[in-house]
Write a new protein. Structure first.
Length: 276
């Protein structure tokens, strides 16, 4: 998959001020509204698909495409081997894995809250470039619009590739929930996240994403915390939440990013040998 906006390719040599200014430009270029030619609620196919179809990664590259009309959904996750980022992309159609790719790039800067894409973005773009198919939408482990400058890693990647993207984060980077998240929410629940003083580029009160409860313990006082879901690019907040819920196949993480996480762990040993 080719880069459409080369001026937005992450450059770790920039100063922090220049990175933040670039993020403002990315946010200006981002489209936080639907531009996707598919039904979000059916994006991951029949949720009765077998476990074998969901997890047969070993033969994924040559797997048969079950439904020609189903959208291609990419899951993106990262792992680290020493000072290198390993970006893994798993591509699904109709709930079945059809392709996997990964890329390894030096992590040129340390982790800095709000600047994750400059640490990991180069590896993600390289992994997308290694795919033989172009996805219709990508679920990225990290923030999208829920970001200090509305340009998290999902937005940065989405705008650079002009690809519909959704940010799927495990914790809230910024913004204020309209309701308390410190309680047991039922599966399927959503709580809007609003821009606050920490979000410099949006009017206070703007809905920038949602806390989405993908699963929950039914008969226990324990509870599962929600995921923090936000539009990346060419996806609205409602659709972003619907895509994640449609792809949550009994797990907290949606299936595309869950499989990408597993794949990233799988290739770490191979990468470690290559870098030795």
């Amino acid at each position: 998959m080719e880069v459409v906006r080369p001026e937005f390719v992450p450059d770790a040599s920039l100063s922090r001020a220049d990175m933040e200014e670039l993020q403002r430009e990315i946010a200006d270029a981002a489209v936080f509204a639907d531009d996707v030619p598919f039904d979000a609620t059916a994006v991951c196919g029949d949720d009765t698909a077998t476990d074998d179809a969901q997890t047969s990664l070993a033969d994924a590259t040559d797997a048969a495409i079950p439904t020609e009309d189903a959208p291609l959904v990419a899951g993106v996750d990262q792992a680290f081997v020493d000072d290198h980022a390993v970006s893994a992309v798993v591509l699904l159609r109709g709930g079945e894995v059809v392709e996997r790719a990964y890329a390894v790039e030096p992590a040129a800067i340390p982790y800095i809250p709000g600047l994750l894409s400059f640490r990991e973005g180069t590896a993600i773009l390289a992994a997308f470039d290694a795919l033989s198919r172009e996805p219709d939408v990508a679920l990225v482990d990290g923030s999208g619009r829920i970001h200090f400058r509305e340009a998290g890693i999902a937005t940065h990647v989405g705008v650079t590739l002009d690809l519909p993207t959704v940010g799927v984060a495990k914790s809230l980077l910024c913004g204020t929930p309209r309701e308390s998240l410190g309680r047991k929410l039922p599966a399927g629940a959503r709580v809007a996240i609003e821009a606050d003083a920490d979000v410099a580029t949006a009017e206070p009160g703007t809905r920038i994403g949602d806390a989405v409860q993908t699963r929950q313990f039914e008969h226990s006082e324990r509870y599962v915390n929600p995921l923090i879901v936000s539009p990346g690019h060419r996806v609205g907040a409602d659709t972003a939440a619907e895509v994640v819920l449609a792809c949550a196949d009994g797990y907290k993480l949606p299936e595309p990013t869950r499989l990408a996480d597993s794949y990233a762990d799988e290739v770490k040993a191979e990468v470690r040998e290559e870098l030795a």
